[in-house]
Design a binder for this molecule. Structure first.
Ligand code: UDX
Length: 450
């Protein structure tokens, strides 16, 4: 199948490479010349495990090309729209200008029976509106909305081995040729019996935002429990383990800490609230405002915790932040809790050093005023407080004894509750998790003996 992918960001670049891996002939289109040049050289423009190898393999086989020229979509039978839908400036709603721009440019090159497949996350109603336009621009072409559920850091695997396929189509009957064509694209997954749900446009659009809202709610739920644990002297990590054993609840996405960030969850719940308001269903989603508030409070809480462990003042205190990206295995710093906390600490007088295995370049562009060091060991030098904010494996596996030889004090805040608190306490550290009792050498031994 000849396929075009419009928009080569986190979603599109991975999708293009994965489709080529599945045996299709793919052209990726992006307006950003630098990005296209990098992709043509099999370099991923962002850090995503497995992507460079996939790009290299597909380009060596001649099944993947990239271009800034949208006319190169001509001849493809299926066209995926993978451009971003960021939060609009100054409001909650999503900015649809990139989707519309891509769609109307693409429409000029469509042939009869071509299928346009929207993958971007859009407000409910968008696909119906675009399908209406398509009827006059290219009457024989058809639109399917096929939301993407990939997670950064696992994007290659999530695209090649999806857990479900959702198609929003104008009709869900077996006669729909566009559905049959998309089935050909995803034949590999369908052969492995990956569930496929064919529905109307609105439901498909809502599946995506409601899934992300559910995940955000789950994280904020456990973070709300963390707030209660903090005042009650309880341990949210143990609480999550205990409630997570109930199969109806499940342990995944119940990790309390500094909260969620990234290019999806925060803007998707806000965009969803804005859209529900336009449709007159704002009351249905007022709880998402609280989800957002709880999430944002975690960042302030971490700043307060830092002040507390440093004796009441941040002024002049040397703080090392382990992590800048919004989650490990990604160099994405969009709405990163790590950077938001680092910037607040710095604004309140601390001397903050940020380190991260892959995200420093992106972080520096967003917060040039922060001090960055690539080497973890150098970043730890002289620190009066260490704060783990992104759970990269190399930070989780740090040896507390070795770290203590670098820092000026032995105080650590575990903003993701991932460290082995007992081994840090045994090495003489004062350990503070989020939503967990304060621990030092003495009470950690007491806890262990209970
Ligand atoms: C998310 C959805 O998971 C994915 O299905 C969708 O397609 C895009 O949005 P992503 O943004 O890559 O994916 O990150 P995700 O793994 O969901 O994590 C989001 C944020 O939540 C991160 O900041 C992470 O650190 C945080 N998180 C996650 C928690 O704070 N606690 C948890 O238990 C899980």
């Amino acid at each position: 199948m000849r396929i075009s992918v419009i928009g080569c960001g986190y979603l599109g670049a991975v999708h293009a490479a994965a489709m080529a891996k599945l045996g299709h002939d793919v052209v990726g289109i992006d307006v950003d010349e630098n990005k296209v040049r990098q992709l043509q050289n099999s370099e991923a423009p962002f850090f995503e495990p497995g992507l460079p190898e996939l790009l290299h393999e597909a380009q060596a086989a001649g099944s993947l090309t990239f271009s800034t020229d949208i006319s190169h979509v001509e001849g493809s039978q299926v066209h995926f729209i993978c451009v971003g839908t960021p939060q609009a400036k100054g409001e909650y709603a999503a900015d649809l200008s990139y989707v519309e721009d891509a769609f109307f440019k693409l429409a000029k090159y469509l042939n009869p029976a071509d299928v346009v497949v929207g993958k971007s996350t859009v407000p409910v109603g968008t696909a119906g509106r675009l399908a209406e336009s398509l009827r006059s621009l290219a009457p024989e072409a058809e639109l399917i909305w096929n939301p993407e559920f990939l997670r950064e850091g696992h994007a290659v695997n999530d695209t090649l081995q999806p857990d479900r396929l959702v198609y929003g189509a104008v009709t869900s009957d077996e006669e729909n040729e566009a559905v049959a064509r998309l089935d050909e694209v995803y034949a590999d997954a369908l052969l492995r019996s990956v569930p496929r749900i064919v529905t109307d446009y609105a439901t498909a659009e809502l599946v995506k935002v409601s899934a992300n809202s559910f995940l955000a709610t789950k994280i904020s739920f456990i973070n709300a429990m963390a707030e209660v644990c903090e005042v009650a002297g309880a341990d949210v990590k143990v609480l999550a383990d205990a409630i997570g054993l109930d199969e109806r609840i499940g342990r995944k996405f119940l990790n309390a800490g500094v909260g969620f960030g990234g290019g999806c969850l925060p803007k998707d719940i806000r965009g969803f609230m804005a859209r529900a308001g336009q449709l007159g269903a704002d009351e249905a989603l007022t709880f998402l405002r609280e989800v957002d508030n709880i999430n944002m409070r975690r960042r302030s809480r971490l700043v307060e915790l830092a002040r507390e462990v440093l004796g009441g003042s941040l002024i002049g205190k040397r703080i090392t932040m382990l992590g800048a990206s919004f989650k490990p295995d990604s160099d994405d710093v969009r709405d990163s809790p790590a950077l938001s906390v680092a910037a607040q600490l710095q604004l309140q007088g601390a001397a903050v050093t940020v380190t991260d295995p892959f995200a420093i370049n992106n972080a520096r562009k967003r917060f040039p005023e922060l001090h960055y060091l690539e080497s973890t060991q150098e970043a730890l030098e002289g620190a009066e407080l260490v704060v783990l904010v992104t759970e990269w494996a190399e930070y989780v596996n740090l040896d507390p004894v070795t770290v203590a030889t670098k820092t000026a004090a032995r105080i650590i805040i575990d903003g993701r509750n991932v460290l082995d608190s007992a081994s840090w306490c045994d090495a003489g550290w004062k350990y503070r998790g989020m939503g967990r009792p304060a621990l030092d050498g003495r009470n950690s031994q007491m806890m262990a003996s209970l």
